[in-house]
Design a binder for this molecule. Structure first.
Ligand code: NOJ
Length: 739
């Protein structure tokens, strides 16, 4: 490919050089002054490059020509240093030579695929999560990507919603910390470094609360719930310096988020002083016609821009209407200028005006392929994400010297499935995905005999393979099964009304358990599934989620005890779909059930327990942790004071292990009612066999604040309870009074 020397590239735009010593804002202004209205609107226009469309494709054979005319500010879905360079070269032929921004959904790794975000959240390990995002950014930026559409920070209480896989689960506190860690990871030491990509915090806002868990559906909620549960992770991400935000497909209380002034102007750009830019979601400006809050595409463009959506992803409403709206004096040029400036500022901060090709480096791109350090980090992250749900009679960890192990199930030898939704590895078959079968094979002794039977397909209704699977189980000393969803059964537009194990897989589990052999069931999925038979009858259950490139190695480390599982569920697992939404931080109601069997005129189902199958924060280890001696340094706290809670934790089992100690609070009486528990802190502690440690949490009134009915964020004096434990249910408690 012909390279254009930089000196030539910039001959026509010497003003950039003279702007060198100016502040970024001055540079932005000097560029803006020279732009025509068409060029300004061009900056607000984003197209899919079409490598792999991530939304409904719009036929447009004229994109290159439009780039040359300065009518496109950004492209998404362009893969590789070579392809991004070729398109940037076209942009450099435009009059203003404003570089394109290349965006992509780099959600959980780029070439090296890490566990899905929900799985990573189960690690509760912020440095590891930050590192995962850091590596994703390093690999993506080497392939010409400037901008990832991540992190998704939507709180999700409904596992029917397929995009629950992409976030950090149900809790605003954990979700906020993870949101900030991911932003820091993506943006590294700051925009301008060639290994940093801009984060895009999405979907602003409340997309996770879609009615019925059906993707793209409406959202209706109180402003208190919005501020208290759904907005905190967005705020945390903005405070962590996120460069951009994406709005969302849903309407919120009757106004589509894309055209929602309250969200974008009042809260994000107003109250939170966010100085980056907001991109719409794919086509969401045009989709307001379907929502029914705008008359036509001009009205959609007007509504979205006025509400604070700066860039139009794929709807073409801005491109087709903004010029007329300005000429007709319906939109002030200042509004367009503000959006353009926000985008140009980021292009300057990324250093693209100095070198539009700085991210297109094929050598760097190649160095990131099968990078050993990245693969190792992916394995460690995968180990930290695996949740041990059950381990009766300590059947796990398995011995590496088992004589015969039967490996059964449709996912044992699955390859691509391990990556889950939003993965790009398929584009590059030089990157090796380690299957569970291979992981086990690498781990067991030379004398171990491994038997394999698929048993059934993931979604099939055929039981034809059961007999072979039963025969393998009968011959084995131990059976390891891997069942679950296909990698694309959770994700965008993947809502399911029935979230059981698909097809006849649970029947297969039943048939294998009936052999009487010791059975370990591993479940791979992008969401909490419902698997009551397995939960109640399998002696050991491991929840794998989707673990990425190194899935098999990580799983084998856990199965055979080279890694002692430590993950904790970031979301409650329901007993049946009828229980959804089930979440730990609910209100008490006026008629709370005394216990799970209380149905006497209380808030309960007559045919179902209230408690989830597995609670938030739950996860076992190969060892046991005992909690004792909970204490507070004071029983009465003044508003100016801090209070400390301490608990002793002892490793009473036979393995060294890591525990996530969780602190919850309940405000007993409030001017508005408060949840029965709210996570307010956690610490990870590693304990040798027999070791004890004291763990302390210190907090102040800042941690006791909530939104009252006037949406004022403050604390109120009164009685509080604190709870400490290894999950949201098994806790020790103490009370204190805030004066
Ligand atoms: C639609 C999704 O909602 C969004 O999260 C994603 O970033 C865009 N498509 C671009 O692929």
């Amino acid at each position: 490919m012909k390279k254009i020397p930089f000196t030539l590239l910039f001959l026509g735009s010497l003003f950039y050089a003279s702007a060198q010593k100016k502040s970024t804002d001055q540079k932005v202004d000097s560029v803006l002054r020279m732009m025509t209205l068409t060029e300004k609107i061009g900056q607000l226009n984003q197209y899919s490059g079409g490598d792999d469309d991530t939304g409904p494709t719009t036929k447009d054979g004229d994109k290159h020509n439009q780039i040359k005319k300065g009518m496109v500010g950004s492209l998404l879905n362009v893969t590789g240093a070579k392809a991004t360079r070729a398109l940037q070269e076209i942009a450099m032929q435009s009059r203003m030579k404003i570089p394109l921004l290349f965006g992509q959904d780099v959600i959980h790794g780029y070439r090296t695929t890490f566990p899905i975000p929900l799985a990573e959240a189960a690690s509760w390990d912020l440095p590891a999560i930050e590192r995962s995002a850091r590596i994703a950014a390093t690999e993506a930026s080497a392939a010409g990507i400037h901008w990832t559409f991540a992190p998704m920070v939507d709180i999700a209480r409904d596992p029917r919603w397929g995009r629950i896989m992409e976030g950090a689960g149900e809790d605003p506190y954990l979700g906020s910390l993870i949101a900030a860690a991911r932003v820091k990871g993506f943006q590294g030491n700051g925009l301008g470094n060639t290994n940093a990509v801009m984060a895009c915090v999405k979907h602003f806002a409340a997309y996770g609360a879609a009615v019925g868990g059906r993707d793209y559906n409406s959202v209706d909620m109180s402003l208190r719930q919005l501020h208290e549960i759904y907005l905190p992770p967005f705020k945390a991400a903005a405070e962590a310096g996120a460069a951009t935000f994406m709005n969302s497909f849903n309407d919120l209380n009757g106004t589509p988020a894309t055209g929602n002034k309250y969200l974008q102007r009042n809260i994000l750009k107003g109250e939170w002083k966010f100085s980056g830019f907001v991109v719409s979601d794919w086509g969401s400006i045009g989709e307001m016609l379907n929502h029914g809050n705008v008359r036509d595409s001009a009205d959609a463009a007007f509504t979205a821009l006025t509400a604070g959506s700066d860039m139009d992803m794929e709807s073409r409403c801005y491109k087709n209407n903004l010029a007329t709206l300005v000429k007709d004096k319906k939109i002030k040029i200042e509004l367009i200028d503000d959006a353009v400036k926000r985008i140009l500022r980021k292009k300057f901060e990324m250093g693209l005006f100095d070198d539009p090709y700085k991210f297109c480096n094929e050598q760097r791109e190649n160095e990131q392929r099968n990078n050993i350090q990245n693969l190792l980090a992916a394995k460690i992250m995968a180990e930290k994400s695996i949740v041990l749900l059950k381990n009766e009679n300590n059947i796990l960890p398995l011995s590496k010297n088992i004589k015969t192990i039967a490996c059964i199930g449709p996912l044992i030898k699955a390859v691509r499935e391990n990556l889950g939704f939003w993965s790009f590895q398929w584009q590059d078959d030089t990157v090796k995905i380690v299957t569970v079968w291979e992981g086990i094979k690498n781990k067991v002794s030379a004398g171990t005999n491994m038997l394999y039977a698929k048993g059934c397909g993931i979604k099939d209704s055929s039981r034809a393979g059961f007999a072979e699977a039963i025969a393998a189980a009968v011959k084995a000393d131990v059976v390891v099964m891997n069942v679950g969803e296909a990698g694309d059964m959770s994700g965008e537009a993947k809502s399911r009304s029935n979230i059981g194990l698909p097809g006849v897989q649970e029947e297969l589990v039943k048939a294998i358990i009936a052999t009487g052999k010791p059975v370990v069931v591993m479940i791979s999925a992008g969401r909490p599934l419902i698997f009551n038979y397995t939960a109640d009858n399998a002696p050991a259950i491991i929840y794998n989620w989707w673990l990425g490139t190194q899935a098999g190695n990580a799983v084998a480390d856990v199965l055979f005890g080279d890694y002692n599982p430590s993950a904790k569920l970031p979301v409650s697992f329901p007993r049946t779909e009828g229980q959804i939404p089930v979440y730990y931080n609910h209100f008490n109601t006026g008629r709370p059930a005394a216990n799970d069997s209380d149905v006497n005129y209380v808030s309960a189902y007559t045919d179902l327990l209230n408690s989830p199958k597995y609670p938030f924060g739950y996860g076992l280890s190969y060892t046991n942790f005992a909690y004792s001696n909970i204490s507070l340094d004071k029983n009465i706290m003044a508003a100016t004071e801090k209070i400390s809670a301490t608990i002793t934790i002892t490793n009473t089992g036979n393995f060294a292990g890591e525990e996530t100690v969780q602190l919850y609070i309940r405000d007993m009486v409030g001017s508005v009612i408060r949840p029965v528990k709210e996570l307010k802190g956690f610490q990870k502690v590693f304990l040798q066999k027999g070791e004890s440690k004291n763990v302390s949490f210190t907090f102040s009134t800042a941690d006791l604040r909530f939104y009252n009915d006037q949406l004022q964020y403050n604390y109120e004096p009164g009685n509080f309870k604190i709870f400490i434990g290894g999950n949201s249910v098994d806790v020790k408690e103490k009370e204190f009074i805030l004066k």
